[in-house]
Design a protein around this ligand. Structure first.
Ligand SMILES: C[S@@+](CC[C@H](N)C(=O)[O-])C[C@H]1O[C@@H](n2cnc3c(N)ncnc32)[C@H](O)[C@@H]1O
Length: 292
């Protein structure tokens, strides 16, 4: 296990179970866990498929328990997995945490166009807390347009003094964010990169500036990248060398890795000149993500 970075942003290169065990108990404000889904994805030559579903779930139950152990008493835990495994996570976690929302991340197109069944166009996310009476939820930081009332300027006559409907609301549990595509600025070379906008909503809602955000399966380090932009501290854990390099570069923690200069892969439509786009341009000066 090797560690990079500093006390504010740390990258741990190693196995999630070992790395999680090395962290102090009750030390993390927010955990976002996006593990391998046991569906045969290729993570840089490593095919993530367990011998049996039971073996996958046994492994998951171990790191789920460790995540709970590392969360502060007021902490929040967001966890993803494939639709077919989420019911097991739900039953396991609801005995140990309060599940406040069962979120559906809905997107516009799947990689494979199903013709003989209904293609999967969403991924589930559980939002859990340790103490449902005492947890961070910054509703005002994640408001979205309340389309119906605001657009049509309807009056709410049920109020003592009739007034126009609010133009903003806390999002419901169906979240529409496009998947990360090859031509998007934020794209990195990873099969299951999560969008900046998705992590922005989670981190803004469930943590405050200076809080510690942990991602045990960091991949392209989207969680830590967004945490940094929003002035949170972060710890990212990842097994694969290739993805550690992405993390070091995205978090600006190193210029090179084992003697290799770190730079974004040049995509087929890019010239050398535009390849090293400064990713801070995705944010307003106050840290708000500019939606494209
Ligand atoms: C679903 S991806 C995470 C993607 C990430 N959320 C992002 O936005 O890029 C899961 C990641 O877990 C890593 N991984 C798989 N097994 C691991 C383990 N035992 N410990 C740490 N990381 C692991 C894989 O290499 C992969 O990058």
């Amino acid at each position: 296990m090797e560690t990079f970075g500093n006390d504010i942003h740390k990258i741990i290169h190693g196995d999630a179970l070992d790395a999680l065990k090395s962290l102090p108990d009750s030390s993390v404000d927010l955990i976002f866990a996006d593990p391998p889904y046991n569906i045969g994805k290729n993570f840089n030559g490593h095919i993530e498929k367990w011998k049996t579903e039971e073996a996958y779930l046994d492994w998951c139950y171990q790191w789920l328990d460790l995540c709970i152990q590392k969360l502060k008493p007021r902490g929040s835990f967001y966890v993803m997995t494939a639709t077919q495994f989420m019911p097991y996570f739900d039953i396991f976690l609801r005995k140990k945490l309060d599940i406040l929302s069962r979120v559906v991340w809905s997107y516009d197109s799947s990689g494979v166009q199903a013709k003989k069944y209904f293609g999967s166009m969403y991924e589930p996310i559980l939002f859990c807390v340790k103490d449902k009476n005492n947890y961070t939820f910054n509703a005002n930081d994640i408001l979205v347009e309340a389309k119906t009332g605001a657009k049509r300027k309807l009056i709410d006559y049920r109020k003592a003094v009739p007034s126009v409907y609010s133009s903003e609301k806390v999002p419901g549990n169906v979240w529409d964010f496009p998947r990360v595509r090859y031509r998007m600025d934020e794209y990195e070379n990873h099969p299951t990169q999560k969008p900046i906008a998705l992590l922005e909503r989670i981190i803004k809602a469930s943590s405050n500036e200076g809080d510690l955000v942990l991602d045990p399966f960091s991949g392209t380090f989207t969680t830590c990248f967004v945490a940094k932009k929003l002035n949170r501290n972060s710890i990212g854990i990842e097994l694969q060398d290739e993805y550690i390099k992405i993390g070091l570069r995205r978090l600006q923690l190193a210029d090179e890795y084992k003697g290799e200069k770190l730079h974004r892969d040049v995509r087929t439509f890019e010239t050398e000149k535009t390849a090293n786009i400064n990713q801070t341009t995705l944010f307003e000066p106050n840290g708000t993500y500019i939606h494209g």
